[in-house]
Structure formats: C-alpha cells, structure tokens
Design a protein around this ligand. Structure first.
Ligand code: PMP
Length: 307
C-alpha cells in the first residue's frame, strides 16, 4: 500500500489532517535541497497501553538537529510530545513507528532560504521489524561500503538531517545489490563510523567497544545499551575502531530505533565470533525488549504512555 494512500490522521502544523490530504507543493524547499530534520521513534505495546520509548530524548534530539541546521522551531517540545501521543491515540495504534519531520515550505526557492516557513509533520504507522524476523537470532551479513561516512565538517553528523541520508541510501543500495543485508560505513580516515541507520558495537574479551561520537549519530538505542552495560558491570570503551577489529570480535551488533538490537554475523565475508547471536548481544536484546515493552521497572521512566 502506498504511504500516501492510507486511512488515518497526520499531524501537520498543529492540526490533525486526513492522511490522504497531508500534502505539500512540488516547490517545497526541503524537497529540492534536503534541508530538514527528522526523528524515528517507536511506541510499543505494554500492559498500560501503547508507550513511546524515550520520547523526550527523541524530541530533544529533533530540537538539537533543527538548532544545528539553524531552523527555527515553531513549537515547543511539550507540544510535539503531546502531538506524538495524539497521533498514536487518534490512529488507534497499539504499537507504532513515529516519524516527526521539520521542513521548509514553498515560499521561495534558492539557497538563501530566507523568510521560509518552518513546518512540522508527525505521522505514525505500524512498522513491525526492519529486518526479517529471524535476523534477531541469526544475525545479518554486512559489507564495508565503498562510500565514506560524512566528514564532520561537511554535513553535521549530530543533526539527523534529511540530506544526510543520501549517503545512507547509496551505501545501503550498494550493499543490498551485492547480496548483503546492510552496509558498514567508515569515516574519512578509515575508522568505523556506523551503519546506514544504526550504531555499531563489538564485544571482545568481555568488553564492549563502540565508535566515539564523532562521525556517527548520537543514537538513543546506543545510549540505552551503554546504560545496560553499566548495570551489568561490562567495561565500555568508546573509541576509534578499525574494520579488522570487527573481523576478530567475539560478537558484533547494530542498534537503532528501527533495527532495535541486531546481531551481525558476518562482515566482508568473514564470520564474526561463532557466526550467530552471541551471549552478550542476546542479553542486551532481552534487556532492550523488556525495557521497551514495560517489563523493566528501573527503566520505567523511559516510557510515555500514549493514552
Ligand atoms: N545512526 C544513524 C545514521 C541513524 O539514522 C540512526 C537511526 N536514528 C542511528 C544511528 C540510531 O539512532 P537511534 O538509536 O536513536 O534510532
């Protein structure tokens, strides 16, 4: 089914509009130059009803992205938090992927982009698993991309900016057309950055390693895993990682709102560890799903019930 042809309601500039009427003009500025920012948020079904995972953190990151891009947000955070709960309720969703986006209007063309209206939309729909369900256990096969991740001074890596995702799409398309599930992107110096829409972790000798936050996004799932590691007393090192360290890791996994916690079983045709989900990855996966589905009392404050 087309994303444009659905029943339901989309929040657009402060109002709920019928899904099929939530349209923009072809001269919408963001469509031409990619200056915009967005979030990917998930709500899970819990005993108390649909609950949004780390809503305030996602909204804060959206505001940070807009600030980095110098786009003036027309709403406050509370309004957008309420709006995200509203779209879940009004669309009768038990679980959902939520997509807020901030974009420039069609008041004018050209790179000066002055006097353009900043618009905000929020849509939500059911989007169960990003990868095949068996990937959660078996892990995925990835390859190092021929595309380099953003240099920190080319596009702003701390912003989840629309235009940044051209790089992700080129890399994913290349990986998939070569028969892999995902791509691994290296930074401009050749160190591991991240996946096309995921952060990366490796486990070696009982320690957890993940690239420091230079050319990768400050992932909210990544932050959750770092908290779990602290809770389990697993030593964590945020540092530069090379691709061959992944080849010889005991375990490797991706994290992201869409991908959740996803084992990686192979990089560049080298088997990682025993070639399936490792025990520490499994433990984090369990903790993550317990947290998002409301079974972990200590992470209860990460959930915002939508009803
Ligand atoms: N890196 C990139 C490039 C992403 O698009 C995402 C998804 N937002 C992530 C990492 C993971 O971030 P999060 O855990 O907040 O979804």
């Amino acid at each position: 089914m087309s994303m444009a042809d659905r029943d339901g309601l989309i929040w657009l500039d402060g109002e709920l509009v019928p899904w099929r009427d939530a349209k923009v003009h072809v001269l919408t500025h963001t469509l031409h130059y990619g200056m915009g920012c967005f979030e990917g948020v998930r709500a899970y079904s819990t005993d108390e009803g649909p609950a949004i995972f780390r809503l305030q953190d996602h909204t804060q990151r959206l505001f940070n992205s807009a600030h980095i891009l110098n786009m003036k947000m027309p709403y406050d955070q509370e309004t957008l938090n309420d709006a995200q709960r509203l779209v879940i309720r009004e669309n009768g969703l038990a679980s959902a992927y939520i997509r807020p986006m901030v974009f420039l209007g069609s008041e004018g063309m050209g790179l000066r982009a002055d006097n353009l209206q900043v618009h905000v939309m929020i849509a939500a729909w059911e989007w169960p698993s990003y990868m095949a369900p068996e990937a959660r256990e078996q892990g995925i096969r990835i390859r190092t991309s021929s595309y380099t991740r953003h240099h920190v001074n080319i596009t702003m890596c701390k912003a989840k900016a629309n235009g940044n995702y051209i790089n992700s799409m080129l890399a994913l398309n290349e990986a998939m057309s070569c028969g892999y599930d995902e791509a691994l992107l290296l930074d401009n110096e050749g160190y591991v950055a991240e996946g096309t829409g995921e952060n990366l972790f490796i486990v070696r000798n009982g320690e957890l390693h993940t690239p420091e936050l230079t050319s990768c996004l400050d992932g909210i799932t990544r932050r959750s895993i770092l908290e779990f590691a602290r809770e389990l007393d697993i030593p964590v090192r945020e540092r530069r990682i090379t691709r061959d360290e992944i080849y010889i890791a005991d375990e490797a996994f991706f994290t992201g709102t869409a991908a959740e916690v996803l084992p990686i079983r192979e990089l560049d045709n080298r088997t990682i560890g025993k070639g399936s989900r490792g025990p520490i990855t499994e433990q984090f996966q369990q903790m993550y799903f317990d947290a998002v589905e409301g079974r972990r009392e200590r992470n209860r404050d990460w959930l915002t019930v939508a009803t």
